[in-house]
Design a protein around this ligand. Structure first.
Ligand code: ZN
Length: 316
């Protein structure tokens, strides 16, 4: 029996200041903050989830912001570039928008597509590509109307310490299809409509160092809890050492490090972010899992203030 992921579920990165993080991903990129919670393993740190209107699988970029965090170094053993996808005719809009916010970008060509490549405030490497596939976001914010908005992930570029083995894992464990090669990158495709095109840098990269501006892990989609149990067994049988299934409130997860040293997670599509607050109020309140609820006041006091706001450049 073969297992096949639909594609990327979410990508999680370390950053510095929480307000700067929110201003960049909500204020400039126009994503919706769909969940404001804490790092369940370190409750003094926020865990912020940004995505489309519901943060559906394949759209959620998540952060652990920690003021004064040491900068990391992007390199081998990490997701090197996180790719967002926008509607086909929206690239010019995004060029203008990045220019308006004085964000330096370059145009990169690969696999016959044009990418706008830039960095966030912490040096996280991002890019935007325009494609037909994938449902449009229903979220408008600040200067970003829904019909121009980021739909979710287009994919990612993986920087591996052992590219052959990483590619083998993508193909023979996660079930992606190897489809193309271009300029030292090998492209894999998953069956989903978002987060479905994953490129691997085929040469070994210098080892990265975790810290602000680097991706901590990439999560792949499992259909449901039953599928997750199959995944755990499947990954285990193939010689990886997955963690037990962990409850992350909005999905359940397993984690394992692949041979190229990139931390992989497999996360369930359900229940999603509307599990504990209504759609209209997503991301507004600090949400805590039950086991932290009795410490709410103390936890709140330890967290910096955070506001989702329209930035000056977008105010007429
Ligand atoms: Zn995760």
């Amino acid at each position: 029996m073969t297992q096949r992921t639909a594609g990327i579920h979410h990508i999680t990165a370390f950053v510095g200041n929480a307000q700067a993080n929110a201003d960049f991903y909500a204020g400039i990129l126009g994503l919706r903050l769909v969940k404001k919670t804490i790092n369940f393993d370190a409750p003094e740190v926020y865990h912020l989830y940004f995505g489309n209107e519901t943060g559906s699988p394949g759209t959620a970029i998540t952060f652990f912001p920690f003021d004064g965090a040491r900068r990391g170094r992007v390199g081998g053993g990490q997701v090197g570039v996180t790719t967002f996808v926008v509607p086909v005719d929206a690239l010019a809009f995004w060029e203008e928008r990045l220019t308006k916010f004085a964000i330096a970008f370059e145009r990169v060509q690969r696999f016959g597509e044009t990418y706008l490549r830039f960095q966030d405030r912490d040096g996280l490497q991002l890019e935007i590509v325009a494609r037909e596939e994938g449902p449009e976001s229903q979220w408008s914010f600040g200067g970003v109307p829904a019909y121009r908005a980021i739909k979710g992930f287009g994919g990612a570029v993986l920087y591996s310490m052992a590219p052959e083995q990483t590619m083998h894992t993508l193909e023979h464990v996660l079930g992606l299809e190897r489809i193309d090669e271009d300029q030292g990158l090998v492209r894999f495709r998953a069956p989903g409509e978002l987060g479905n095109l994953v490129d691997v840098n085929a040469s070994v990269m210098g080892r990265g160092r975790g810290g602000a501006g680097t991706v901590h892990h990439i999560a792949w989609r499992a259909a449901d809890r039953e599928d997750q149990e199959r995944w755990r067994e499947y990954v285990d049988e193939r010689g990886f050492q997955p963690t037990p299934i962990v409850d992350r409130q909005y999905f359940t997860a397993i984690y394992f490090r692949e041979a190229g040293e990139i931390l992989f997670e497999i996360a369930t599509d359900p229940p999603g972010f509307a599990r504990d607050e209504p759609f209209d109020a997503l991301g507004e309140k600090l949400m805590l899992p039950d086991w932290y609820e009795s410490h709410r006041e103390q936890i709140k006091q330890g967290l910096p203030p955070l506001e989702i706001r329209v930035l000056e450049e977008d105010v007429q």
